[in-house]
Design a binder for this molecule. Sequence first.
Ligand SMILES: Cc1cc2nc3c(=O)[nH]c(=O)nc-3n(C[C@H](O)[C@H](O)[C@H](O)COP(=O)(O)OP(=O)(O)OC[C@H]3O[C@@H](n4cnc5c(N)ncnc54)[C@H](O)[C@@H]3O)c2cc1C
Length: 553
Amino acid sequence: MTIHDTDIIVIGAGLAGLVAAAEAADAGKRVLLLDQEGEQNLGGQAFWSFGGLFVIDTPEQRRLGIRDSHELAWRDWQTTAGFDRPEDHWPRRWAEAYVDFAAGEKYGWLAAQGVKFFPGVGWAERGGQGASGPGNSVPRFHITWGTGPGVVEPFERRVREHVTAGRIAFRFRHRVRGLNITDGVVHGVHGDILEPSDVGRGEPSSRVVVDDFDLNAGAVILTSGGIGGNQELVRRNWPTARLGPAPEFMISGVPKHVDGAAQAMAEAAGAHLINRDRMWHYTEGIRNWNPIWPMHGIRILPGPSSLWLSPDGTRLPYPNYPGFDTLGTLQHITTNGYPYTWFVLNRAIIKKEFTLSGSEQNLDLTDRDLRKVAGRLGKNVAPSVQAFMDQGADFVVRDTLPELVRGMNEAIGNDTVDYEKVAREIADRDLQVANVFGKDPQLAVVRGARAFINERLIRIVKPAPLLDPASGPLVAVKLNILTRKTLGGLETDLHARVLRPDGQPMPGLYAAGEVAGFGGGGMHGYRSLEGTFLGGCLFSGRVAGRCAAGAVD
Ligand SMILES: Cc1cc2nc3c(=O)[nH]c(=O)nc-3n(C[C@H](O)[C@H](O)[C@H](O)COP(=O)(O)OP(=O)(O)OC[C@H]3O[C@@H](n4cnc5c(N)ncnc54)[C@H](O)[C@@H]3O)c2cc1C
């Protein structure tokens, strides 16, 4: 008989792992929380995140006059996910359960742990393909006061309290390489102990092995994250038939250790990995002027007014507008073989409409500094955006259009950008601004969205000619594809038990967070409504921690 070192082993101390460990320990179980990285990385990707959470029918929404409902959100989820495969059985069940959670217990559960939200609710993924198409019908992106670290904080606190009480123990620099399985039952893990590393959070750490380990438990919960930091794997899983070939150049929106190795390890041990071709990469990536991890890219969370141009300067067709339909625009870009695209805008638009995703890009919100947050209403461009305008390799800032186009061509090292095309696109667009109606669908959506007070006050500029010198200088931003989230994953049932290809659970093995496609092996289907990744970690981590605890004597 195997001697157990603990009741439950959790692999990965990101958000899903912290939640699972805290919940299992709350249920009285002893937990070992393993991570290949050092303690400085506690919280994983969630620490870097913007802290945006999908929540339905909240006080914040109601205060802004937004009428949201479970019915509307579930309809939005289904039109966005586009579930269409036999293996979408558990993903769909998880999606239903998650939307129930987001419309029910989620708000109160987080509030009870001290999580608060910024009063303005963001409108991510606005859709654009009509009422039956993908996208959020209403704003639902709730920004956590304290951004990503504010989401991690309560769960880290709970875990550390359990560490003090002796119920949870950390094992950092423990890289799991395999599962211990006897007669089909998962009862432990083995792997390498990596040498200590004092690199900063998110930086690549040493892979020098100093020892090995073998640990056994009543249950194992896998919360090892996705594949977005492993470009080779992203390319291998890329859905070429659906999206065209993967771009030759991509930047990374996640640290290098988000490498998918543990997911592959589980698959090799008999777990069913489904929907591996479903991924959520962004079309508005910019190279970080101050990188932390290799190929470090930042995603712009854009308001809707920038003009989006192909490499030669042709405006992208409706509905490929900033912030509308990430996958649809990605498909347009990749099937046309564009290596990059451009935003053309001006200072007035960048000031109000550019938010950069990430906790370190929004220090006012991350530090909960009310005075600095109020500065967003002032005249100056946000310091993090200004830093990119001054130092970002993808930014061109000039006073006149001929100078701007010259700068764009200098940035790419050839004459691909056609001045005449860009000038014509801008002139045609600007001719539509004089009336409060017109034939330009992008301007129509901008005007409609400004009916919502939050958008008018802090998010979207009043339509005005792009070339108006009073709104200048002009800005062009070269946009790269940025890898981020893994939508497919290990198939799990509603108890977070990992399933085998025959649909039967692998006894003793649970999974949560990105490695499980945030539940079921892909609860988002093809697309996300945003804010659903952190929320997916919270929900699936909670289920996995509770169910594993319930199954261990
Ligand atoms: C900049 C940025 C902004 C974001 N903004 C948002 C947002 O606003 N809203 C939202 O919903 N989502 C957002 N996300 C996405 C979200 O943060 C992630 O999807 C989520 O945090 C993933 O959590 P996880 O616990 O599943 O995995 P991770 O955070 O990746 O944690 C996995 C952990 O497992 C460890 N691990 C992996 N393999 C092994 C192994 N073999 N042995 C031991 N340990 C291992 C890793 O070291 C890591 O610590 C953002 C992400 C980023 C990077």
